[in-house]
Design a protein around this ligand. Structure first.
Ligand code: FMN
Length: 159
């Protein structure tokens, strides 16, 4: 089995598109991270409910997954941007006991307001793992092919 894992949270399927593309390019396994209690709203109030989880520093319980994290050396972690940072389920995933001493590459999708996510992700990752870099993907659903090319270029620079 592959030694690379692409783990991601995606509320509306955008981050999932990039996760799938990266997994294909790197021949990695894919893991979809899902919170037990997902946001209910897809309307405008999703920004309020999702944003308030970020402001309250929530790390929600995740639906248990079968994947054995210990067998991977390198892990890509992907998230949508919520209120200028990574989404709360990623915060929970980063606390996962087996997620330690891994080389972690962080990617995120956003609509133009990534905030300080790269700085925040670096700090969160470096507390127990090795930070391998970050990359953002803008308006993925509108510009999918261009974003796949950007992902290819990013991956070609990673060691
Ligand atoms: C709760 C919430 C907060 C968001 N906050 C931001 C933000 O601060 N900056 C931004 O550029 N996009 C923000 N977005 C938009 C998403 O980051 C963007 O559409 C992303 O690509 C969605 O990924 P997904 O389809 O995988 O969930 C927010 C979306 C939600 C639901």
């Amino acid at each position: 089995m592959s030694k690379i894992l692409v783990a991601y949270y995606s509320f509306e399927g955008t981050t999932e598109l990039i996760a799938q593309a990266i997994a294909k390019m790197t021949q990695a396994d894919l893991l979809s991270i899902k919170p037990v209690n997902e946001l209910k709203s897809k309307g405008f109030s999703k920004y309020f409910w999702g944003g308030s989880q970020v402001f309250m520093k929530k790390a929600p319980d995740l639906i248990p997954f079968e994947c054995d994290i210990s067998q991977y050396d390198q892990i890509f972690i992907g998230s949508p941007i919520w209120a200028g940072t990574f989404a709360p389920p990623i915060k929970s995933f980063l606390k996962f006991p087996a997620l330690v001493d891994k080389k972690i590459y962080f990617f995120y999708t956003h609509d133009g307001g990534p905030g300080k996510v790269e700085k925040l992700a670096k700090k969160a990752i470096e507390s127990r793992n090795i930070y391998g870099g970050s990359h953002g993907f803008l308006n993925v659903k509108k510009n999918f092919d261009a974003n796949v090319e950007i992902a290819k270029m990013w991956i070609s620079t990673l060691k």
